[in-house]
Each structure stands twice: as C-alpha cells, then as structure tokens.
Design a protein around this ligand. Structure first.
Ligand code: ATP
Ligand code: MG
Length: 247
C-alpha cells in the first residue's frame, strides 16, 4: 500500500446560508505523496479554496475523511486542529496576510515562537529563510514598504518557518505581475526541489506546469487528473525562470 502524506476520502462540504445550501465539495478523493507538488485548477466557485481551508484545518468538512501524516484531521477538536495547523501546515494566500505593524523579520519569526521554538531557534530559521529567499536586507522593513513580490516572499518564508509537512498555497501569484510572479514561482520550485510537499491552487497554466500532477475541479468534484511529463514547454518556462534569476 502506498503511503500518502495527505489523503481525503469522500470529502464533502455543504455551506448553509439562510436556508439555501451550497455543495462546495462533493465526495472528493485526493491523495498527495511525500515530496509531490500538486496543482489544483478549476473555474471560480468550484471549491478550490474550500478544499485548501479544510486540508489546512481552518474549516470543518461536513462529512468524509482527511488524513495528514497519519492523523485524522476530521476527528480532531478545534484545539487539536490549531496545533496541527501551527506545526504541520504552511499557508500562502493570494493576499499576503502579513501583519502590517510587524517587521518582515518578526512576521517570519512569529509562527515559530507561537509553535514553541526558542527565540534563538526561531531567529536562526528566520535568518536562513531571509537569506534563501533573497530578502535579508528587508528584515527590518514593514510589509507596506515592500513590493508585491517581496511581500509574497515574506509570506513564503512565514509559511515555511515551522518546516511544515505540507505547504498549501491559494493562488499565491494571483495578485502579481508576470515577472514578479515568475520570481515567486522560482522560489516555490526551489522549495519543492528541497523536498517540500506542495498543494497549490492556481488558474495559471505556467504555475501548474511546475507541478507533477494537476487536479481539475468543477462544481465541487475532481473531474480529471493529469500527470505532467517532462515536456518541452515546461523546459522553456524553466529557462525563462533561470534568465530572470540572472537579472
Ligand atoms: N463561508 C461560506 N459560506 C457560504 N458559501 C460559501 C462560503 N465559502 C465559499 N462558499 C461557496 O462555496 C463555493 C466554493 O467556493 P470556493 O471559495 O471554495 O471557490 P474557489 O474555487 O476557491 O473560487 P475562486 O476561484 O473564485 O477563488 C462557492 O459557491 C462559494 O460561493
Ligand atoms: Mg478561491
């Protein structure tokens, strides 16, 4: 039997709004292997964000199972989910979600301190990430003083600081111009190459082409899965990324 890092079984989410029901997820079966990068694509309203929120323990499913690293997320209390969220899941959203009055360094360090790392350990990880993501010189700035791409790099560093089991990213390049988006993508790819398991929601084919597998959703269901091979256009994209790296 294959071991998955993340697995859902018959995952279903029904929102109820003043008597009307929205079937946001319908019997979704998804399995992600350790080290895999999976992209989720599909039209607006098909349930992509709902899926990510439930996988990350931000919301409860109506029915079905969620297994993360051998633990049953759907059986957990709110307090247990909070612990799991802190230690096992890294989140990246379209709108950075950084704390505006904290410096870049503090934004990155905070989740590590909350998760119980010592100040020394937290600072060590913060500095390594700042270095890795090329934003060391911005450590003392506040988020408002950064460009969109820099802000999203801070968001990535913050998502990675607790060395999460899985990185969940919801359209992380959605608000960026294409050049800046490539820069963030290059870093996501680098993170993946270092072994990070990533589930990324995107409607950009360039982003999706970095993944090993693309899952297509519609009306709350997975309607298709495609395994991406090493393809010519994937390579072209990588060359473009590398060129951008050079300046
Ligand atoms: N808190 C909520 N209460 C009620 N309905 C909701 C709630 N959140 C989402 N929905 C509904 O559930 C469905 C799925 O929404 P979701 O945000 O998961 O879509 P999405 O695929 O992420 O869309 P987008 O590409 O626009 O971000 C939509 O019909 C949406 O209106
Ligand atoms: Mg969404």
């Amino acid at each position: 039997m294959e071991t998955y890092l993340l697995e859902t079984k018959q995952l279903t989410k029904v929102y109820r709004n003043n008597g009307s029901k929205v079937h946001a997820l319908q019997e979704v079966d998804l399995a992600v292997k350790p080290g895999e990068m999976v992209a989720v694509m599909g039209p607006s309203g098909c349930g992509k964000s709902t899926l990510l929120h439930i996988l990350g323990g931000l919301d409860n499913p109506t029915s079905g199972e969620v297994h993360i690293n051998g633990q049953r997320l759907d059986k957990m209390s709110e307090a247990q989910r909070a612990v799991l969220r802190r230690k096992q899941v890294g989140f990246m959203f379209q709108a950075f979600n950084l704390i505006g009055n904290l410096s870049v360094g503090d934004n990155i360090e905070l989740p590590a301190l909350v998760a119980g790392l010592s100040v020394r350990q937290a600072r060590k990880r913060r500095d390594a990430l700042l270095e890795d993501l090329g934003i060391s010189d911005k450590s003392r700035n506040i988020p408002a003083q950064l460009s969109g791409g820099e802000r999203q790099r801070v968001a990535l560093a913050r998502a990675l600081v607790n060395q999460p089991t899985i990185l969940l990213a919801d359209e992380p390049t959605g608000n960026l111009d294409s050049k800046t988006a490539y820069e963030v993508l290059r870093l996501l790819r680098q993170t993946h190459m270092q072994g990070q398991t990533i589930l990324i929601v995107t409607n950009d084919p360039n982003v999706a082409s970095l993944a090993q597998r693309v899952v297509f959703m519609r009306d709350g269901r997975i309607i298709n899965e495609t395994i991406l091979q090493e393809r010519d256009d994937t390579k072209t994209l990588l060359v473009e990324l590398l060129n951008l790296e050079g300046g």
